[in-house]
Structures are given as structure tokens and as C-alpha cells.
Design a protein around this ligand. Structure first.
Ligand SMILES: [Zn+2]
Length: 479
């Protein structure tokens, strides 16, 4: 991006709430059912039906608001937002326009220059989702299973300045919603979606430029790419003497471009009216206190604590809190080992690629992994044996300590025993000894390999290397 311009970005994030049933009826919200099997007269908006508000949806919206430091409205109302789409059989969506349940929150993320940036949350409101259009060949089919699934829309202030920052904000938001049980945030299932509002201005200018909105982006990578493309496009328009038009665009993933969809709707287009079928939503102080008590330790605080308590890197701590259940798994194991740093290394560099994500499920019990960390920490087994044990643990529920002793895999640290193997190796491989002594220091690898093979992988590699170096440097020509 040109340094004489800056992008001004605000995000609108839609998150499906993790309720068992829809927001105004008892239909299930589960994903993946055959089309049009989770519908009833209420969520289809048939004449004569009336909505009944799902208490849990309101509670989850309040929990999200509290976790994002919002003010919670004691009284808010719902509004009818009218638009005609084939996937919205009611012809309107019940949302909140005039009032919203939560306002004036914030979320602090790390900006592109490494500084902390406080991103304002303008409001969070509840609304119902629309259905889905399915395109098959020349036909377009309507699936109403998603009609009436509860959503919150989280509207940020235009406080973000680039794609990386926007992604950092989205990731932090996702972690919070996951940790609080507000949403399962499955972008691939559409339960977390993001609209990007973006304008550009010359650096130092106070007023905002004309903004465009990029609709319904469903991956973090596409958010960043769409922002990069749209920023460059808007700067190009201005530099060529044109004017940016307020419009709704979409991100074309295949072409890597944003494409115009329609001129942006205004509030008038939606003909909002106070929803006549709904009572106002009232929340008492004790309701709010009860919900505040349901908020767990938030991911950023937890990452800081993990870093402090277990002496791990900030990067590792961030990874542990990024997936629901992974930090719990780590902490369950960490309680049982003297070597939590080894545990986190085993988890992140060896085990993680074999685990299921979203939510995190490990094929190895946390107790067993903790036992392996102890074996390595105590130097009962060396790292090569540790890897072998771990790969067995992926498919068999074994105690690595028992197997190490039963099968004679424990590490040999006795210098005399290893020394004998070292002497035998030096005699056996005179060529490598010569190479090493003439300056080819990599030759020590083949010598080490031979000693380890003689020990059937059990020698302590550190002692092995020490003894080899001692003998090689002693200049003893007899070996
Ligand atoms: Zn229904």
C-alpha cells in the first residue's frame, strides 16, 4: 500500500449463537440436516404465527457484550427490517436497529507495528438468520433450515488500519466467542461471517473517504486479501481523478478481486419499523450479574497466565488458547508433570498435527503425554525413543513409562558402556575419523549414528557426542 494513504476499516461480524433451538421457535439449529427439515410455520413466517423469543439467545448476546466490555441495555427493542429475498420467506428479518442489547465495548489487538490497538465495538445486536440458496446446475433451490437461527451482529468502529490488523481482531473475537460458548464460530459452516467496511484517505486527513462494503467473507485469509485488493482499487480510483462510489461489493475468491454487487442500501430501503409482534427485552442488574458469572477466563488473560505460570513463549501461549479445549488439555497434563515446557513442546511440535481441531481432540490422554514429558525431562528415554513412544501412543493407549521399562528402551547414560561403543566405532570407521580431523566437522554425524545404532537407539546422545569429541580431539593416533 502507498504510504501517503491509509485505509480506514470497520468490521461487521455475524456470529450464529450456540443455542439448541432457533430464536423464535423450537426448531433445532444443528448444521447439516437434509434441506427444509428444520422448519415450522413460525420460522417460515406463515400467516397467523407469532415469534417467541429464545431466552438463551439473549443471554449469549449479553455474555458476548460483557466479554467485550460493552454497556448492556436494561431495555432494548426489536425492529422489522424488510427486504425481499427468496431465502427469506417472511419478507422481513427481525433485528435491532434503533436500540441494541450491547453498546460501547472494545477489544484490544496487536496492530501491524506491534503496538496495542484498542478497537471500539459500537454495538452488538441480535437478529435472525435467513435461509440459504443452493445452486444446482440451472436450478436454484431454497433451504430454509437456517431461517430463524439466532445471530449476533458485532459492529466495530472504523478503528482498523490494515488487513493484518483486521485479521488479528477477527481471531481475537473468535477466541472470545468460542471460550464463552457464545458461538462455535465455524467459518466453513457459515456460523461466523464478516462484512468489511472500507475507505481510504490521505495520511493525516481527519475526514473519512467514501466507503464500500464487502459482504459475507468467510475466511480470515480472504478478509486480508479482500482488504488489500480493495485498498489498492480505491487509491487507484482517486489517483486517476475519479471518486469512490458507496456500493456493496463481494470478494471473488477465484479472481482475487472485489466485484460490484449493488449500490449500497440505505436505512430507508429497509423500511424499518418497530416489530409489532415482540415485547421489549428487559434485563435486570441481577440477570446481568448472573451472566457475568458465566464468563470464563478470557483467552488473552489466559495466554498471559500460561506464559507466566509455565515459562512458555508468548507465541506458544497464544497457540494454546486459539483452539477451544487445547489449553484445557495442556493444563490437565501440566498438573501431572515436572516438565511443562517439554509438555508444551511435545504438544505443539509433535502431537498437534495428529489432533482434531474445532474443537480440539487429542488421540493421546493428557496424563499419558505428561508421563512422556517426565520420561524425557528425567532423561529416562532420549528424544529419538520419545518420538517412537509418541507415535505408538497415537494408536495405542499405553503407559509410556511402563513400555519404556518393559521393552528395555530406557536411555543408557553410563559413560563406560557408551565409551566402549565409541572406541569400537572409531576403529570401525577410520575414514570418518580422518575426515573429521582434516576439518570436515560434519563427519561426526556418521560416527554418532554408528554409536547410536550399536546401542540400539538407547545411548544418551549428549554423552555420546561428548565422548566422541574427547577422543577425536585427543589426537590419539592409535584409534
Ligand atoms: Zn421453526
Amino acid at each position: 500500500m502507498r504510504s501517503d494513504y491509509e485505509a480506514v476499516i470497520g468490521l461487521e461480524v455475524h456470529a450464529e449463537l450456540k443455542t439448541a433451538t432457533k430464536i423464535f421457535c423450537a426448531c433445532p439449529t444443528s448444521f447439516g440436516a437434509p434441506p427444509n427439515t428444520h422448519c415450522c410455520p413460525v420460522c417460515l413466517g406463515l400467516p397467523g404465527t407469532l415469534p417467541v423469543l429464545n431466552r438463551r439467545a439473549v443471554e449469549l448476546a449479553v455474555i458476548a457484550g460483557l466479554a467485550l466490555d460493552c454497556e448492556i441495555a436494561a431495555l432494548s427493542r426489536t425492529d422489522r427490517k424488510q427486504y425481499f429475498y427468496p431465502d427469506l420467506p417472511k419478507g422481513y428479518q427481525i433485528s435491532q436497529a434503533e436500540t441494541s442489547i450491547c453498546r460501547n465495548g472494545h477489544l484490544t489487538v496487536t496492530a501491524e507495528d506491534g503496538a496495542a490497538r484498542c478497537v471500539g465495538i459500537e454495538r452488538i445486536h441480535i437478529e435472525e438468520d435467513a435461509g440459504k440458496l443452493v445452486h444446482e446446475g440451472n436450478e436454484t433451490l431454497v433451504d430454509c433450515n437456517r431461517c430463524g437461527v439466532p445471530l449476533i451482529e458485532i459492529v466495530s468502529r472504523p478503528d482498523l488500519r490494515g488487513g493484518a490488523e483486521a485479521t488479528a481482531y477477527l481471531k481475537a473475537l473468535r477466541e472470545i466467542l468460542l471460550a464463552c460458548g457464545v458461538s462455535d464460530c465455524r467459518m466453513q459452516e457459515g456460523s461466523l461471517r464478516c462484512d468489511v467496511n472500507i475507505s481510504v484517505r490521505r495520511s493525516g486527513e481527519e475526514t473519512f473517504g467514501v466507503r464500500t462494503e464487502i459482504k459475507n467473507i468467510n475466511s480470515f485469509a480472504f478478509v486480508e486479501k479482500a482488504i488489500a485488493y480493495e485498498t489498492a482499487r480505491q487509491i487507484g480510483v482517486i489517483e486517476n481523478g475519479g471518486a469512490v462510489v458507496a456500493e456493496t461489493r463481494r470478494y471473488d475468491e477465484a479472481r482475487g478481486e472485489t466485484v460490484r454487487m449493488r449500490v449500497k442500501e440505505t436505512a430507508e430501503d429497509y423500511r424499518y419499523l418497530a416489530e409489532p409482534d415482540m415485547l421489549p427485552i428487559r434485563l435486570t442488574d441481577s440477570d446481568i450479574a448472573r451472566l457475568r458469572a458465566q464468563i470464563p477466563e478470557l483467552p488473552s488473560a489466559r495466554a498471559e497466565r500460561l506464559e507466566r505460570e509455565y515459562g512458555m513463549t508468548a507465541e506458544n501461549a497464544r497457540i494454546l488458547v486459539s483452539e477451544l479445549g487445547m489449553a484445557d488439555y495442556f493444563e490437565a497434563g501440566a498438573k501431572r508433570t515436572q516438565y511443562p515446557k517439554l509438555l508444551v513442546n511435545l504438544l505443539l511440535s509433535e502431537l498437534l498435527r495428529h489432533c482434531e481441531a474445532d474443537p480440539f481432540v487429542s488421540p493421546i490422554r493428557s496424563e499419558a503425554l505428561a508421563e512422556l514429558a517426565d520420561l524425557l525431562g528425567e532423561r529416562t528415554v532420549n528424544s529419538a525413543t520419545g518420538k517412537k513412544l509418541l507415535s505408538r501412543m497415537l494408536t495405542e493407549d499405553i503407559s509410556p513409562r511402563k513400555v519404556a521399562y518393559d521393552e528395555g528402551l530406557t536411555q543408557i547414560t553410563d559413560a563406560e558402556t557408551i565409551g566402549a561403543w565409541v572406541d569400537a566405532t572409531l576403529t570401525e570407521l577410520p575414514r570418518a575419523v580422518e575426515d573429521y580431523r582434516s576439518g570436515k566437522s560434519a563427519a561426526i554425524k556418521s560416527l554418532q549414528g554408528r554409536v547410536m545404532a550399536m546401542s540400539r537407539g538407547r545411548a544418551d546422545p549428549i554423552i555420546c557426542e561428548q565422548l566422541l569429541l574427547e577422543k577425536l580431539k585427543s589426537g590419539d593416533k592409535t584409534i
